[in-house]
Design a protein around this ligand. Structure first.
Ligand code: C2E
Ligand code: MG
Ligand code: MG
Ligand code: MG
Length: 274
């Protein structure tokens, strides 16, 4: 480990840091190949109506399976952002998830978009071109973004959002409540939906005022007429509290884990048979 260098102290050579750099470079190469070869796949997690329990939409989530196991998106998404691969990964995710969603008529499709993509001036035109090419109704597509983008490059973010909203694409503010995004940002950028972060939902199990905090957050969104999805619902007590607090959409392991396109199709068949 390199010494914290006080005045006059040399920084020690750190072989561990070098090995780390080599590992990162290797991982970058692997990720580039994975995007090109289709080893990055989309799984889909149900978005369920809080009042009826019916699946009304799906969120696409990226999965990277390697010979030695799965790499978490918490690892490879930031890696892709750092090494300039996020645009290619994002386009790949849009194409493949829209390709699958075409066989689920009537359901919405939510796709996560990195702040870096949204700040690319070409992004909006790329998305519109993909929708045209795959003949997918823009009104069925929601792009999920986190607050990061609103801080780093609000002007370009705004231009992309406006351009995409004009063709009917919806925007959801993801992970609300775990960072700095304000209710003001919700209004200012014209978000169509707010997603309450899983950490606030899991807090219901451990803190006494968790429900009050959630209720206050949801009523602010409701006052702005912005519908709210709760993420990370794992038990029926959480579901009941969030439904009563005014969430119209629930998402979480209790309602459905992220699944392959094939498993989603069977679940939808079962539902329509019931
Ligand atoms: P997110 O968009 O907030 O997605 C929700 C995450 O919570 C997913 O993790 C999902 O598997 C997990 N989750 C859902 N319900 C539950 C639950 O009941 N309990 C628990 N413990 N977890 C639950 P995942 O798939 O690992 O993705 C993590 C994050 O990586 C996503 O958070 C998103 O920010 C990012 N990500 C995933 N796919 C993409 C992508 O295609 N593009 C971009 N830019 N980011 C992505
Ligand atoms: Mg999301
Ligand atoms: Mg989220
Ligand atoms: Mg998240």
């Amino acid at each position: 480990r390199a010494k914290a260098n006080g005045k006059g102290q040399a920084v020690e050579y750190d072989p561990e840091l070098d090995r780390e750099r080599i590992r990162v470079a290797e991982l970058e190469g692997l990720l580039k190949n994975a995007i090109g070869s289709g080893a990055i796949e989309a799984v889909f997690q149900p978005l369920v109506s809080a009042s009826t329990g019916v699946v009304t939409g799906l969120e696409a989530l990226a999965r990277w399976k390697t010979a030695t196991g799965n790499v978490s998106p918490e690892i490879f998404i930031p890696l892709a952002e750092r090494c300039g691969l996020i645009d290619a990964l994002g386009v790949h995710m849009l194409r493949t998830s829209i390709g699958h969603a075409k066989s689920w008529p009537g359901l919405t499709l939510s796709v996560n978009v990195s702040p870096i993509q949204l700040c690319n001036p070409e992004f909006a035109a790329q998305v519109i071109a993909i929708l045209q090419e795959l003949d997918f109704d823009p009104n069925r597509l929601t792009l999920e973004i986190t607050e990061g983008v609103l801080m780093t490059n609000p002007d370009q973010a705004r231009r992309s959002i406006d351009q995409l909203k004009r063709v009917g694409i919806k925007f959801a503010l993801d992970d609300f409540g775990c960072g700095y995004a304000s209710i003001g940002a919700l209004r200012q950028f014209g978000f169509d939906r707010m997603k309450i972060d899983r950490s606030l939902v899991s807090a219901l199990d451990v803190t006494a005022n968790g429900a009050d905090i959630l209720r206050a957050t949801i009523s602010l969104a409701t006052a702005l007429q912005i519908p709210v999805t709760a993420e990370g619902i794992e038990n029926s007590r959480q579901a009941a509290i969030l439904r009563d607090a005014g969430c119209d959409q629930l998402q979480g392991y209790m309602l459905g884990k992220p699944m392959s396109a094939c498993d989603i199709s069977s679940r939808l068949r079962e539902e329509s048979a019931a």
